[in-house]
Design a protein around this ligand. Sequence first.
Ligand SMILES: [Fe+2]
Ligand SMILES: [Fe+2]
Length: 158
Amino acid sequence: MRTMVWSEHFALGHDRIDREHRRLLELSAQIEARAETTTDLDDILPLCRDFFRLLVAHCFYEEQLLRKLPRDRFGSHVDEHCRGHARLIKQAQTVLTGQVPSGFESLQGFFGAYFELMHDLLVDDTELVGSLIREGYHRLGAPEVYANWRPDGAASPV
Ligand SMILES: [Fe+2]
Ligand SMILES: [Fe+2]
């Protein structure tokens, strides 16, 4: 099983996002290591709970920022990225109910695929959050700044 570690490659120059990415990677490495020594999901649940709490808060915060990007240029990319977040959250919720998500035969097989998806999303973050920083949208401002965002893909009339 592959254990991912934090590297400067992931550092985006955004304090909160970088700190949370680093912590998510630390927790995922701990979960993977624990999953190699047990087949009992109960042994891993406390770590999974810590991971899940941070994951949900992180995705919520990051999505608020990403929705400030101009929709005409970034909309489909941001939507796709947020669908990836939703998939991570949904599968983590299943694990917290004590079950391995369907389609996976073993705990190890599931976590391997799960953290590979997380890794892909982190790489995608370097592009999207990098754009946020370049374009100056990397701080949460007044709600009206992103009030015209429509998550369903429809641009609002101007
Ligand atoms: Fe992220
Ligand atoms: Fe992300």
